[in-house]
Design a protein around this ligand. Structure first.
Ligand code: ACO
Length: 158
């Protein structure tokens, strides 16, 4: 596994991460207006969804942040959602979502560390696979994180 650079830590997202997370996600897409109150209620919702799988507790949502402890700022964020299926002996599938490394922290292997961490969260929970959707331009990055091209994303948007 890739080591985090000195001064960085990775942990589950908390309410105190509000501003840093919202700012960091802006490198990925339009975030829109997320009030502190709304953010807190989503963190509560994400923390309240637990289920049991083969004798252990599993969190449905696993939002993470990488923190620059020297500058005391959020450097990256990402989530893995763990889906309970009926197929594959009632198996679990992990879905990695909303990966963003803030521009001034890119190119330091934070993205790779984050993906490795989220994949481990998925495999430790018991997922038989971890999947994600990305742009063509990010495929090289994910290949470096040991993901392989599989399937095609289809969308239907409102
Ligand atoms: N194209 C080719 N190679 C890349 C790219 C790229 N766009 N980005 C990183 N790499 C390579 C690096 O060179 C490095 O290679 P090395 O190990 O041989 O030195 C390796 O991938 C790991 O790079 P990191 O330093 O970990 O990458 P970084 O921390 O900059 O994060 C990321 C990459 C997540 C794509 C970041 O640039 C970012 O946040 N981009 C904007 C938002 C985005 O596109 N997010 C992903 C959306 S997909 C999803 O959410 C499921």
């Amino acid at each position: 596994t890739t080591a985090l650079p000195e001064g960085y830590i990775i942990r589950r997202m908390e309410k105190q991460d509000y501003e840093g997370v919202v700012d960091t996600l802006a490198v990925l897409t339009t975030v829109g207006n997320v009030s502190k109150k709304k953010f807190d209620s989503i963190i509560d919702y994400w923390n309240s969804n637990e289920f049991e799988y083969r004798g252990s507790k599993v969190n449905l949502y696993n939002p993470h942040v990488i923190v620059d402890t020297i500058k005391n700022e959020i450097a990256a964020t990402g989530n893995i959602i763990i889906e309970q299926k009926l197929i594959h002996d009632c198996g679990l599938c992990g879905h990695i979502e909303d990966i963003a490394v803030s521009s001034n922290h890119q190119g330091k292997k934070l993205g790779k560390c984050l993906i490795e961490k989220l994949r481990n969260v998925g495999f430790q929970a018991g997922c038989y696979k971890v999947i994600l959707d990305c742009d063509e331009k990010n495929t090289m990055f994910y290949e470096k994180c040991k993901f392989k091209r599989a399937g095609v994303e289809m969308q239907s948007r409102l």
